[in-house]
Design a protein around this ligand. Structure first.
Ligand code: MLT
Length: 317
């Protein structure tokens, strides 16, 4: 029997409690996250679509979902959603911009400590039976961290640096000043001053490969790079060369241009800490992301104002 209720498709795995709450709402829920091959079959009647980052919500998807009115992204980055196509199809896009802030901030600080202290080689050599107690590593105290992108996450990181005695500078074309002690500086100045360059920007066509060979050449020799944002902000071939020459002493990368990364030379480089895009994957962040997007879907179903609409060029909000 056909239901008159709206059809909401969950395309990617999100928090189970959030899906259960969605199921108790005034909609019919089709959770195809465990079997993405079913997506094509359920899209024609979908009114709402909940995704994380696996599903590419592109023009082709919009064309095969003529009833679609809402895309809810259980996370912050909306680079897997074609916003222009969403606007053209009058589809509203929402995300969960604050859900993972603390988790990604904590991961960033973890990376700084691991890199500056040079801990990973020591863990590996001790595991391999060695006992290397020679002087090594540095303190985070007194270091300068340069944030590329100064949004929610970078600000949260900056707060956590204060008790460590580290200072911060930031480059962000949309931020002109701060009240938290972080100085806003031009990109070249940030590169020249930072002991750790930490990438937190959203990926846009304008900042693709922002960290390229020219940028690495402007960094302090022996500085570190941390990327917890999006892989394509960094030119990986240029990074590999900079690691090879010692211009960049080490890098911690949670994100890659291609995921899973095919660039094994980078992932396996002895001075690289590579993790599988897990910044937002804590239980806490996923529980918040699921709750936030389900709240948005329930608001949309009730015709109530949305909390986290993402602007779509020339389209619906
Ligand atoms: C985000 O944009 O929220 C994360 O980078 C991707 C995710 O884990 O959902």
């Amino acid at each position: 029997m056909m239901s008159s209720q709206r059809h909401v498709v969950v395309a990617d795995p999100i928090d189970a409690a959030a899906v259960a709450r969605l199921r108790s709402g005034p909609c019919v829920v089709d959770d195809v996250s465990a079997d993405p091959s079913r997506l094509a079959e359920v899209l024609p009647t979908a009114w709402g679509l909940v995704v994380r980052s696996r599903t590419k919500v592109d023009a082709k998807l919009f064309a095969s979902a003529p009833q679609l009115k809402l895309v809810a992204r259980a996370g912050v980055g909306v680079d897997n959603v074609d916003l222009a196509a969403a606007g053209a199809h009058a589809v509203t896009v929402v995300n969960a911009p604050a859900a993972a802030t603390v988790s990604v901030a904590e991961l960033s600080v973890t990376f700084y400590l691991l890199l500056v202290r040079g801990l990973l080689p020591k863990v590996n050599s001790t595991r391999g039976g060695k006992w290397e107690r020679g002087t090594s590593g540095h303190e985070l105290a007194g270091r300068t961290v340069g944030f590329i992108g100064y949004g929610r996450i970078a600000r949260e990181v900056a707060q956590r640096l204060v008790p460590f005695g580290a200072t911060s500078v930031a480059f962000d074309p949309f931020v002109t000043s701060t009240t938290d002690g972080t100085s806003i500086v031009p990109l070249d100045e940030l590169l020249a001053r930072s002991d750790i360059v930490s990438v937190h920007a959203a990926l846009t066509p304008e900042n693709h490969h922002l960290l390229n060979a020219a940028a690495f050449a402007k960094m302090r020799r022996g500085a570190f790079l941390v990327n917890v944002a999006r892989g394509a902000l960094v030119d990986e071939a240029a990074l590999l060369a900079a690691l090879g020459s010692g211009q960049v002493a080490g890098a911690a990368l949670d994100v890659f241009e291609e995921e899973p990364p095919m660039n094994r030379a980078l992932v396996e480089h002895p001075n690289v800490i590579a993790t599988p895009h897990l910044g937002a994957s804590t239980h806490e962040a996923q529980s918040r992301a699921g709750a936030d997007v389900v709240d948005e879907v329930l608001r949309a179903l009730a015709g109530e104002p949305l909390r986290y609409p993402v602007p779509t060029p020339g389209g619906a909000r």
